[in-house]
Design a protein around this ligand. Structure first.
Ligand code: DCP
Ligand code: MG
Ligand code: MG
Length: 602
């Protein structure tokens, strides 16, 4: 696959009405397939995956009997008494498979956006463009086409989508050859159509739709709810106006919609109904929080709550090991049932976690028995704050999440992030979408599945994070992050990665010299766990008495010793250095990309 190795991130010269080529890939009967890949003897049996009393999915063998997603187990066994049921409440293997699929798709070096557990969008626009340039015009379509085109589109999108269909086929082949999964793919000029066309030929096949058929395909959708970003509230509002099908929506004027929705929303709804969507594929980075929840009928005894938290914590620590980052904040969530009012509501509290609880073994954060006990103590302390134990309580859900992470040893402001070997491809890829906070962004998450029992929250930030300290906000602004995002190396703008050549030399030396050391939490001394709802910046700022006033001490302390020494020497004797000691403004003027700018307070 020669051309796949060339970058998708060059400036695209495509300019036309339908410039993009988007692939959507969805794994067939995902949970069931994970089980079948692990145990091939299951393939020939009708197989259902059970969570509590529900069959959340089944293999295609079982679907022949009429088993549907989310059927009650009792009903499923009625239509297929020979149904083999496996418990799917532990999501570990599914999550691992999901991550492996995502990682395999990064091979093409195009932006990949993960959606839920078994779906990914890939923006192959630039790769397609390259192949078209190199390959003449003899491209043929792979897989199905929704409808044959009447005539060529002048923008050339037909050829591009044919090439995209070839790439989709290569991707699906790789997922099958290397991981054993069959998948479906949708190929279109936007995310909306790619996602919706994807399941047209299930399982194990792919479908391409040309732009000219977007509106007519959309009109076949029976309910407006089938449009990914239209949730239940919007559906209700539309239905109340007698707009039920997508075809109904197509026929309503924007002016009429504006009477019931905001102006932006009205235009967006109209565009969606016509198959128009310009939402970008946003490269997926590490999740902002890693969490698990356990829901149940009712728990009213503290010891049982503790047991459930202990089980959740065990599972959560497995996720933390896989993730590789050190958590610095822990959140406990409870869903309380109000027996009198017959309703329930969620409450959460969080506390800081001492990074010293985690030790790094081979790059993996692990926790000793004692560390786990400390975490349990914190969890139960938060629980005690949330529940008045002098009165009876009734819980229907407990949740645990790590909500903030130390980036390597000192967190988001650390320049060490720039020095690590694993400033991965992803880091640089993110630049296209980092700044996109446009209101028109399409939320596809409404369409992603959620488990009815133990819920994997690792892809979703479920609650607003507490107000960030000033410094963090500054760094976020500097790096063009939205406030809710947690910075990681993958959220940098490319301009900030462009160090000058001298700095690059230093960086490569430092990579060699200090990689192992930089993995230990040296510069971030342990802090006691404190149960406060307001997050504090956990990294320390001291040890930089000789620094000029414009230096951000936190960032300075994050540097390896060699660099700290070198900088101190420069500041002591500026004549040895071309780096100015004067004001930060001058400094930035003199060398806009100098490494020193990371130390400057704004
Ligand atoms: N899932 C779930 N709860 C739901 C729906 C789905 O836990 N209400 C889980 C089980 C599925 C996985 O999410 O295996 C992916 O959901 P899909 O809708 O993609 O369904 P499948 O992959 O199982 O089947 P298909 O072949 O239709 O894609
Ligand atoms: Mg699927
Ligand atoms: Mg899916």
């Amino acid at each position: 696959m020669e051309s796949s190795s060339s970058s998708c991130y060059n400036h695209s010269s495509v300019s036309s009405d339908h410039p993009k080529s988007i692939i959507h890939i969805d794994v067939d009967c995902f949970y069931a397939q994970v089980e079948m890949v692990r145990k091939p003897e299951l393939r020939s049996l009708p197989l259902g995956i059970q969570q509590k009393n529900i069959v959340v999915t089944s293999n295609y063998e079982a679907r022949k009997y009429g088993i549907k997603k989310c059927m009650l187990v009792t009903d499923a066994l009625k239509v297929c008494p020979s149904l083999k049921l496996l418990n799917g409440e532990d999501l570990h293997n599914y999550r691992t498979a999901s991550n492996n699929i995502f990682a395999a798709l990064l091979h093409w070096k195009c932006p990949v956006e993960k959606l839920g557990m078994d779906e990914n969008f890939i923006d192959v626009t630039n790769l397609v463009e390259e192949r078209v340039k190199n390959g003449g015009d003899g491209f043929s379509l792979v897989g199905h086409v929704y409808s044959e085109p009447m005539s060529e589109c002048i923008c050339g999108c037909h050829t591009r989508l044919k090439v995209a269909s070839q790439i989709a086929s290569e991707m699906r082949k790789k997922l099958f050859d290397e991981l054993g999964f069959t998948t479906c793919a949708g190929i279109a000029h936007n995310k909306l159509l790619a996602k919706l066309i994807c399941p047209l030929h299930k399982p194990n096949d792919q479908t391409t739709i040309y732009p000219e058929h977007g509106a007519s395909f959309m009109s076949t959708l029976q309910s407006v709810r089938a449009i990914p970003s239209i949730g239940s509230k919007t559906t209700e509002a539309l239905i109340s106006q007698k707009i039920v099908t997508v075809s109904d929506l197509q026929q309503v004027s924007v002016d009429v919609l504006k009477k019931h929705f905001s102006s932006d929303m009205a235009v967006r709804l109209k565009n969606l109904s016509l198959g128009e969507d310009n939402t970008p594929v946003k490269q997926t980075g590490k999740p902002q929080s890693i969490g698990l929840e356990d829901s149940f009928k009712t728990v009213s005894v503290k010891s049982e709550v503790e047991e459930r938290f202990a089980t959740l914590l065990q599972r959560l620590l497995v996720l933390v090991r896989e993730d590789g980052r050190i958590p610095v904040s822990l959140r406990v969530t409870l869903r309380k049932k109000d027996v009198k009012r017959l309703c329930s509501h969620r409450e959460s509290r969080q506390c800081q976690v001492s990074p010293s609880i985690f030790t790094i073994n081979n790059g993996t954060p692990t926790v000793t028995e004692v560390g786990q006990q400390k975490l349990m103590t914190s969890i139960m302390r938060l629980f005690n704050k949330l529940i008045d134990l002098s009165k009876p309580f009734h819980l229907t859900l407990v949740g645990l999440a790590f909500t903030k992470f130390q980036e390597r040893m000192t967190g988001r402001g650390s320049i060490v992030n720039y020095l690590m070997n694993d400033i991965s491809v992803q880091s640089v890829l993110n630049i296209t979408n980092d700044c996109d906070t446009s209101a028109s962004s399409m939320d596809y998450s409404a369409a992603s599945p959620s488990s009815s029992t133990t819920t994997d929250l690792s892809d979703a930030e479920v609650e607003p994070s507490p107000k960030k300290p000033k410094k963090v906000n500054w760094i976020a602004k500097k790096r063009c992050l939205s406030k809710g995002e947690v910075a990681s190396p993958s959220k940098l703008r490319v301009s900030e990665l462009r160090l000058n050549s001298r700095e690059l030399e230093k960086v490569s030396e430092l990579r060699l010299n200090s990689r192992d050391r930089s993995l230990t939490p040296r510069a971030s001394p342990a802090k006691e766990i404190s149960d406060t709802d307001t997050m504090k910046d956990v990294s320390d700022a001291g040890n930089c008495d000789d620094c000029p006033s414009y230096v951000d001490k936190e960032v300075f302390n994050a540097l390896p010793d060699e660099m700290q020494q070198e900088l101190k020497a420069m500041w002591k004797n500026p004549s040895n250095s071309e780096l100015p000691r004067s004001s930060p403004r001058n400094m930035n003027k003199a060398k806009p990309n100098t490494i020193l700018k990371y130390f400057v307070h704004k």
